[in-house]
Write a protein that binds this ligand. Structure first.
Ligand code: DOR
Ligand code: ZN
Length: 345
């Protein structure tokens, strides 16, 4: 007998759409299932000003398939030269929903990120005043810190001091990958939330490294030990309001992934809702899926949940292609390693 579940249409609170041909190829994969997404600003060059965010939003809307109802929620890329007045105007007009903090050098296209956190303090204070959330890539870049410890060290050395120095600043810890991240969110107040990706609910670091290196499982922050994956599963399936879906779907062509210096990023836009339904079913938590994908995010951002609904139906294995074709080259879909039985409609 087929089983089905109807929930509010989901949103993706952390998404990379890129630009040009890649944007045109990947946007329909998100707009098929999702109503809104927080759009990451790490283009080359990055989206730093309100004018650049407006132009990028227009390019996204121009690439949207006719008939898809999808709203891109734009962000600015925080630099040490960010103009607080420009940011405040972009926020007041509704053009941007949040600002993204990348520590310089932490990940893909983060070279223009922040090196000296004291230099952005006035901008963060302004954001606290106007109620503009800060989305944080939470990893230190200190070469002395082991890559698997970079999130935990960031919380201690950077995030907690920023939050103490800037009371009222709303912060989203993006793509948490550790029990340290989960515990920090749980210990915080309602100015603190966290996104969790689809892939970090499925893989641990063995998936990347055991039996040969798997470039399509490599992303940043890198997947950690199994105990951390289980902590993320408990958080996501708990229904607790401060955890919500941010896929961090990050397309790179196979040529760039299957490379002696492969890019970080898992492309999950296409099959995310199928994977999540299965993950929540495995954990006997299908009744919490809607909170994670469709209710907690809007509540944190002070937006209404979507009126439209989506139905997930369980049946024969869904036949997703293994790759998405783009004119830049193929992009491999994230493979959870098991057949997917849920599909969205
Ligand atoms: O794996 C990742 N890919 N992590 C990031 O933080 C950036 C992203 C990308 O832009 O490719
Ligand atoms: Zn990202």
């Amino acid at each position: 007998m087929s089983q089905s579940l109807t929930i509010r249409r989901p949103d993706d609170w952390h998404l990379h759409l890129r630009d040009g041909a890649m944007l045109r190829a990947v946007l329909p994969e998100t707009s098929r299932d999702f109503a809104r997404a927080i759009i990451m600003p790490n283009l080359v060059p990055p989206v730093v000003t309100g004018a650049e965010a407006a132009a990028y939003r227009d390019r996204i809307l121009a690439a949207l398939p006719a008939g898809d109802a999808f709203t891109p929620l734009m962000t600015l890329y925080l630099t040490e030269d960010t103009d607080a007045d420009d940011l405040a105007a972009a926020h007041a007009s509704g053009l941007i929903t949040a600002v993204k903090l990348y520590p310089a050098g932490a990940t893909t296209n983060s070279a223009s990120g922040v090196q000296d956190f004291d230099r952005v303090r006035p901008v963060l204070e302004r954001m606290a005043e106007i109620g503009c959330p800060l989305c944080v890539h939470g990893e230190v870049t200190d070469p002395a810190v082991d890559i698997f410890d970079r999130e935990a060290v960031f919380i201690e050395r950077v995030l907690d001091p920023i939050r103490r120095a800037t009371p009222g600043l709303r912060v989203v810890m993006e793509h948490i990958t550790t029990s340290n991240g989960v515990d920090y969110v749980l210990a915080g107040d309602d100015t603190l939330g966290a996104t969790i990706t689809t892939h970090h609910l499925v893989i641990n670091r063995n998936h990347i490294l055991v039996g040969g290196i798997k470039p399509h499982y490599y992303c940043l922050p890198v997947a950690k030990r199994e105990e951390h994956r289980l902590a993320l599963r408990r958080a996501a399936t708990s229904g607790k309001s401060r955890f919500f879906l941010g896929t961090d779907s990050a397309p790179h062509t196979d040529a760039l992934k299957e490379n002696s210096c492969g890019c970080a990023g898992c492309f999950t836009a296409t099959n995310t809702m199928s994977i999540l339904a299965q993950v929540f079913e495995q954990d006997n938590a299908l009744d919490q899926l809607e909170a994670f994908t469709s209710l907690n995010g809007p509540a944190f951002y002070g937006l209404p949940a979507n009126d439209a609904m989506i139905t997930l139906t369980k049946g024969a294995p869904a036949d997703y292609p293994s790759k998405l074709d783009t004119t830049d080259g193929p992009v491999t879909l994230f493979d959870p390693g098991y057949a997917l039985h849920w599909r969205a409609s």
